[in-house]
Design a binder for this molecule. Structure first.
Ligand code: BF8
Ligand code: SF4
Length: 655
């Protein structure tokens, strides 16, 4: 018979947060299947696939390579393990890069309509940024009408997707010496769609069979995401919805309101969420909600749509990836409005157990069982009103007896765009460079990416981040990693108390947290942009800087694309989940070692957050030594037990 202790212990292996644990228990009690149940049902997962050694790229297959050398070593076509692993990885990166870049294109198309006066509910929110970027790209902005400048910028950026331009507009942000390196390697991204399509071509049967050549193109494809599609998404979202500035909000399931209509915005694209936030404040809709007995309309975020809304408007955040089913188990959600990416098809099944409406909005992302309300930005305002009305009308169907909102929300700060970071530093990066040079800050690490049900939710994110800040390493977060750290109370200015003395002093002087929220996953473009700016300011290449990346709990193809462009940009990255490449020792050795000689950065895999922190600290100190900065010798850096090993987030920084 299982005791309360056994149950609590088992739950803590699924998530370290009380809100998740309580809702998982409730889902079990009510017979509702969640992601953890489905993972268990899939186990043991296919070993060939885990190693990257299976191929179904053509109908002579599917094929698999025996990793023990006893069975087949070639697919039917003759492809060996190296080719198959590299091709699979190339296609994974293309899946991720295409997702970000197609999101960027959607924003760009609406931006072009705004410039032509054809979209309702949108405007240029940050004209100064529009003009700054136009000037940066050599488009004349002075003395010209805003919409004219916007039209020119839209045209310029549209050419990034094709082959007419044959280069990316934002490549000028990359230090010249890195651009030269890319050119030499033949990995300068030429066009966003071009690199993605070419990767699909190269991985067709009988095209590119040289794993090194395939992986070089994979780098180029990923770079077209980071410095192309994602950067376009970020920059145009800032121009249309406002460049983020520091803002305080709240996070976890406690942001749901017992007495209000709750709407969760889930997915990635801010085009819809921005107009929904506005519609939820419409007095007529608020009045309608009151007529049903609700005290208002409460919009909350999930995943990266949530990050977009938190960064710009301080909209509260219900949770990250693994909370998308559990948010409905509260019984308090009237509508989950989804666009695309990272939305589990299962949300529709969970919704059926409650009164929750799942409303899909993108014609490219339909969910059988959901209500589809096709989002046309030309009628943005009107559709947003229809969606909010549908949510309000679901309120009378709520069974208040089944409502259980666990825990109280935790405060978190967001809004650290590159512009906001520079402003906090007094206008230039120099104070940060000085602090790094003096050693009071050892370096900076971007902790990014997802949740993965194979790991206790958020544990790796939080423990890695906590250990890094304790050692005076500034942490930049995006995506689900940001939400994880928010829930743990590590993202308020007073969280500086958790940091080492140097980082703490800087944060206290500037009034910022030691963990800076830079946005959604497309906003990892802000991270590489900042790295490029720091390198330019110091007159070195990005790979000389004491920086690193980490994706401790990654699951998605997009995370692989991000990791790859971060490494391609010169920043060594540590993954917490093993990617499916270990079937090819050659591919592993190239990514974990050989790449360093060519792009000055490489991948490492380390699931233990304390060992990952150790690896990162040693890497950062080695970079400091090479720059001639004061450094800590390798044998002085230990996995110190001093790090307060976080096991649960309950209680910290409660409001
Ligand atoms: O783009 S971090 S689980 S929500 S893929 Fe998805 Fe991963 Fe979250 Fe945002 Ni990013
Ligand atoms: Fe098999 Fe080659 Fe076809 Fe892949 S491409 S399924 S290895 S025959």
């Amino acid at each position: 018979m299982s005791t309360t202790y056994d149950r609590a212990h088992e739950l803590s292996h699924l998530s370290i947060h009380l809100d998740a644990q309580q809702m998982i228990e409730r889902a079990r009690a009510e017979g509702i299947e969640t992601v953890w149940d489905r993972l268990r049902a899939q186990e043991p997962q296919c070993g060939y696939c885990q190693l990257g050694l299976s191929c179904r790229n053509c109908s002579m297959g599917p094929c698999r390579i025996d990793p023990f050398g006893e069975g087949p070593q070639k697919g039917v076509c003759g492809a060996d393990g190296d080719t198959i692993v590299a091709r699979n990885l190339g296609r994974t990166i293309t899946g991720g890069a295409s997702s970000h870049s197609d999101h960027g294109r959607d924003i760009l198309e609406v931006f072009a309509r705004v410039a032509n006066g054809e979209a309702s509910g949108y405007q240029i929110a940050d004209e100064a940024k529009l003009r700054r970027i136009a000037d940066e790209l050599g488009l004349v902005s002075e003395g010209r009408d805003t919409n004219e400048v916007a039209r020119d910028l839209a045209k310029e950026l549209m050419e990034n997707y094709g082959i007419a331009k044959n280069s990316l507009s934002f490549i000028g942000r990359v230090p010249q010496v890195r651009r030269d390196r890319w050119k030499e390697l033949g990995i300068t991204p030429r066009g966003i769609d071009r690199e993605n399509v070419e990767m699909m071509h190269r991985t067709h049967m009988g095209v590119d069979n040289d794993y090194v050549n395939i992986l070089l193109h994979a780098l180029r494809t990923a770079l077209s995401d980071g410095w192309g599609g994602s950067m376009i998404a970020t920059e145009l979202s800032d121009i249309m919805f406002g460049t983020p500035q520091p803002v305080t909000s709240e996070v976890n399931l406690g942001v749901l309101k017992l007495d209000q209509v709750n709407i969760a915005m889930h997915g990635h694209n801010p085009l819809l969420s921005d107009v929904i936030v506005a519609a939820a404040q419409d007095p007529a809709l608020v009045e309608l909600a009151r007529s049903y007995g609700a005290n208002g309309i409460n919009v909350v975020g999930l995943c990266c749509t949530g990050n977009e809304m938190l960064m710009r408007k301080g909209v509260p955040m219900a949770g990250n990836h693994l909370m998308q089913e559990l948010v409905m188990v509260t019984g308090a959600l009237e509508a989950m409005v989804v666009d695309y990416q990272c939305i589990m098809p299962s949300v529709v099944d969970v919704a059926k157990c409650y009164h929750t409406q799942v409303i899909s909005t993108s014609d490219k992302a339909k969910f059988p069982g959901a209500t589809h309300m096709s989002f046309d930005p030309q009628r943005g305002e009107e559709i947003a009103h229809d969606i909010v009305r549908a949510a309000v009308e679901a309120f009378p169907n709520r069974n208040q007896d089944r409502v259980r909102i666990p825990v109280s929300p935790v405060r978190m700060m967001g809004g650290f765009s590159v512009e906001a970071i520079l402003a906090a530093l007094g206008g230039t990066a120099q104070p940060l460079i000085d602090a790094i040079a003096a050693g009071s800050i050892r370096g900076a690490v971007a902790v990014v990416g997802c949740n993965n049900p194979k790991l206790p939710q958020d544990r790796e994110h939080i423990e890695l981040t906590r250990t890094l800040i304790e050692h005076d390493i500034l942490v930049l977060v995006t995506g689900c990693a940001a939400i994880a750290n928010g829930k743990a109370g590590q993202m308020m200015p007073e969280s500086a108390a958790l940091a080492g003395p140097g980082l703490r002093a800087l944060c206290e002087a500037l009034g910022v947290p030691p963990v800076l929220h830079m946005g959604s996953c497309v906003d990892n473009s802000r991270v590489v942009q900042l790295a490029g700016a720091l390198a330019n300011a110091m007159g070195v290449d990005i790979d000389s800087l004491p920086l690193a990346g980490a994706a401790p709990e990654w699951y998605s193809e997009k995370a692989v694309a991000i990791g790859t462009y971060v490494v391609g940009s010169g920043i060594t990255t540590v993954l917490g989940v093993q990617p499916p490449i270990f079937g090819s020792p050659h591919v592993v050795s190239l990514l974990a070692d050989g790449l360093d000689a060519v792009v000055g950065a490489k991948f490492a895999v380390e699931p233990d957050p304390y060992k990952a922190a150790l690896l990162i600290r040693r890497h950062i100190e080695a970079k400091r030594a090479a720059l001639g900065l004061p450094f800590i010798a390798d044998d002085q850096i230990h996995d110190d037990e001093a790090a307060s090993r976080v096991t649960t987030t309950a209680g910290s920084a409660r409001v």
